[in-house]
Ligand binder design. Structure first.
Ligand code: GLA
Length: 767
């Protein structure tokens, strides 16, 4: 709900309230963002304005902007904090003073050429620069049910001369004096989303200058009071609906207020007379229930307002991806074989990853030449897809359309289509195509149309495997080179908009060497993202935990891969790899045909189990439960609370282990639940030479006798069977079966290997 009385603006969602007003002189003063207050008047307690400024500046209304909570900070009028907008006027002057002009309530308003959240109720507040005909429009959209408020900004140049835009941020949030922490998610390839919590003193920032949102620092961030934790405390969260360079700033000012801003990175944009310029949209939420509260606002928001179209609320297929199975060694026969074994284990989609197009023998060739390699696939994609479909399984394909290899037909024909000079720092042997040029975008679109129109392809993995470096574009004059990075993203969005509209039922999965472009912008076009190239279960436990703060598991591609793992060479139990991948969109990235019959059977059983609970795993409400150091318990609960699943990942087994209860979250207090766990096979050979303590004959590790004994002698898996109320599971917790700890094994013991997990299920007891 948006209230607009007497130039006071109150934006309310179910649980939150946000308020600002105009001062007598027309400056937008921020009043409040927090728990929804009972009465409208409650929002109007105006913070005191400083009248003894020391050596700070006063404006012509005697306002000290340096010590004023505001909605749109500018430069040159005494506010020394990071501004929302930073301009250079035709005379070179930079002081900008935007004052309230009027407000409107537009039906539909979205930044031009950029993706934005669907729905909501919008307020547009128009400010005018006092000495120039330059207008700043601030857009606020309220998503009442999910407790999210979105913001973006538009600049309009109504003067007769060019104005330069250095910065146009999407949102600014000024918080009152207090003691806060900044929480950001940083990383690199294969180690995405490492949560970093820093005390907020001075200036901090979270940003990417990689040309894409990047895994170096995700645009999602939170600011919280110092005592906030998972379940308690005030937390404000921000994210950006954008996939390019981004900049988030968090700053404790000289007067101890805290300013947060977020938007695209700094630019050098030439705003011509009569032209307008839009920032991307940003979103924010507030919760007084800790980080968990933030996640449970952001998850449904992403599911309902960011992800859209055919796949918005649809269960996603279980897939087998060829990458870690065969890498570049693609052949028609091998792919059909892979599809056959994928079908046998119960997968629904076979994805042919890299290596299928003309001349693609390794990663130094052929990007840009999007036709099937006749040597590898003599019948082309159409006949391959047909054969795969005939096995009763869908066919999907990997592409990397934004890229070009020097060693390609495309490069030989259009060497000038690359972004940057030929002599540049290069990533994965490839150049980036100059998507600021319409003819290049057209080429990409037509290549993709030909692929999708030419064969029965139900899924596309859209990859992007290098960051941007030198982004010089010969298509633009020197004075406009500062616009190229943003124009690249606009070009990309233009392609994605057309393509996804033309092929609405194709399931697109965004990928950038895993999570190098995991953001709300891409999610507006592609309903899921390959979360990380790292498929090691132990690493995934941390990576997926990191993503879960800002993104629901229904957008996370998670695969079971072979052991030893190809990124870490670590061996983790198959059941643990499954449990981890089940907490997202399950896939297998291995060749099932190469596994033992026993392992294939176990995988078949995993997939059947996942399918039986798929809605819960993919769309259940996610809870991060209290977890001991190094361990992680994540739960998903159906919206009506009748069913829940949880994965407890325990990193290292300990001898003589301490018995710790596990505390649940999300179960309904009054409901009574029956708790069971997925049974994990126990193998005699897992005990090594220790079996000789019990065995009547000596069994050597690795011997034939051991093999036979392992098949004949079945050891009991640990099983939990407990009934209690939701309140009891959450408050008193439950005790997992005692792990083997060096002194005997019996039915009351569970075998927990290193990096093992247990998958638990709670079902409501109904008499
Ligand atoms: C990237 C992706 C991988 C795989 C390869 C193929 O690294 O993240 O999943 O598709 O490219 O080259």
């Amino acid at each position: 709900m948006i209230l607009t009385e007497n130039n006071r603006f109150v934006l309310q969602t179910q649980r939150t309230g946000y308020a600002f007003h105009t001062t007598a002189g027309g400056v937008l003063q921020h009043l409040y963002y927090g728990v929804r207050l009972p009465r409208e008047e409650d929002y109007l307690s105006v913070p005191v304005t400083r009248n003894q400024p020391g050596n700070a500046l006063l404006d012509n209304d005697d306002m000290c902007r340096e010590d004023l909570l505001q909605e749109a900070g500018t430069t040159g009028w005494g506010d020394l904090r990071q501004p929302l907008v930073e301009l250079t006027f035709p005379d070179g002057g930079r002081a900008a003073d935007f004052r309230f002009s009027h407000f409107e309530r537009p039906e539909n308003a979205a930044p031009e050429g950029l993706p934005s959240a669907l729905g909501g109720e919008t307020l547009k507040v128009v400010l005018k620069e006092r000495n120039h005909d330059v207008y700043l429009e601030l857009y606020y959209t309220v998503f009442e049910e999910t407790d999210v408020i979105a913001r973006w900004s538009r600049l309009i140049n109504d003067t007769a001369e060019t104005v330069w835009v250095r910065r146009l941020m999407s949102q600014q949030l000024d918080l009152p004096v207090g003691d806060y922490d900044l929480v950001t998610f940083r990383g690199a390839w294969a180690r995405e989303m490492d949560m970093v919590r820093q005390h907020l003193e001075g200036q901090l920032q979270w940003s990417s200058g990689a040309g894409i949102s990047s895994n170096r620092c995700n645009p999602f961030a939170m600011v919280c009071r110092r005592d906030a934790c998972e379940d308690y405390g005030d937390v404000w969260a921000m994210n950006l609906v954008y996939s390019g360079d981004h900049l988030g700033t968090a700053e404790k000012s000289a007067y101890h207020q805290v300013r947060l801003t977020q938007g695209m990175g700094l630019l050098h944009w030439q705003l011509e007379p009569g032209a307008s310029f839009d920032s991307p949209q940003a979103v924010m939420t507030y919760s007084d229930r800790g980080f968990g509260g933030v996640s449970r606002a952001m998850h449904p928001f992403v599911q309902k307002h960011i992800v859209r179209g055919y796949w918005q609320d649809r269960e996603r297929p279980v897939l087998v991806n060829s990458w870690e199975a065969i890498y570049f060694k693609v052949s028609h026969r091998k792919v059909v074989q892979l599809a056959r074994s994928a079908k046998e284990i119960g997968a629904e989609l076979l994805v042919l990853d890299d290596g299928w197009f003309t001349g693609r023998t390794d990663d130094s060739h052929a990007l840009g030449d999007w036709t099937a390699d006749k040597k590898k696939l003599p019948g082309g994609l159409a006949s391959l897809a047909k054969e795969v479909n005939a096995l009763g399984i869908d066919f999907g394909l990997w592409v990397e359309p934004e890229m070009i290899s020097e060693n390609s037909e495309l490069f030989r024909a259009h060497p000038d289509w690359i972004l940057g000079h030929k002599d540049q720092a290069i990533g994965r042997n490839q150049y980036v195509l100059d998507l600021t040029r319409p003819e290049v975008c057209q080429y990409v679109l037509e290549s993709m149309r030909a692929i999708l129109g030419g064969a029965d392809i139900r899924y596309i993995k859209w990859d992007m495997n290098r960051i941007l470096g030198d982004t010089f574009s010969p298509a633009w004059p020197a004075a406009r080179q500062g616009e190229v990075r943003h124009r690249y993203i606009l070009g990309l969005y233009g392609i994605l908009k057309e393509l996804t509209a033309e092929f609405p039922q194709v399931l697109f999965e965004s990928c950038a060497s895993g999570g190098n472009r995991f953001d709300l912008g891409m999610l507006c076009y592609m309903p899921q993202v390959w979360a990380s190239d790292n498929t090691d279960a132990a690493c995934r436990a941390a990576i997926q935990w990191g993503y879960s703060y800002g993104y629901p598991q229904s957008v996370l591609g998670c695969h079971v891969s072979d052991a030893p793992n190809h990124q870490t060479l670590r061996r983790t139990p198959l059941e643990s790899r499954f449990a981890m991948a089940a907490m997202g969109l399950l896939g297998y990235e291995l060749d099932p045909g190469e596994l033992s019959a026993d392992k294939r059977q176990r995988i078949k059983d995993q997939i059947a189990f996942y399918k039986a609970h798929r809605r819960l795993f993919q769309f259940g409400r996610l809870y991060r439960c209290p977890s001991a150091e190094g361990e992680k318990l994540t739960m998903v609960v159906t919206p009506d609370g009748t069913e829940a699943a949880g994965v407890h990942f325990a990193a290292l087994n300990q001898p003589n282990p301490i018995q710790k209860p596990l505390y649940c979250r999300g179960l309904h207090r009054e409901k009574v639940y029956h708790l069971t766990n997925r049974l994990t096979e126990v193998h005699m050979k897992d005990f090594g030479s220790l079996v000789n303590y019990m065995a009547p004959i000596r069994i050597r590790a690795g011997s034939l006798v051991e093999k036979v004994a392992d098949q004949v002698i079945k050891l009991p898996p640990d099983a939990i069977d407990q009934t209690a109320s939701g309140a009891a599971f959450c408050q008193a917790g439950f005790y997992p079966v005692q792990p083997f700890g060096g002194t005997g094994f019996n039915e009351g013991t569970r075998l927990m290997k290193d990096f093992d997990s247990r998958l638990y299920l709670w079902t409501e007891e109904t008499e």
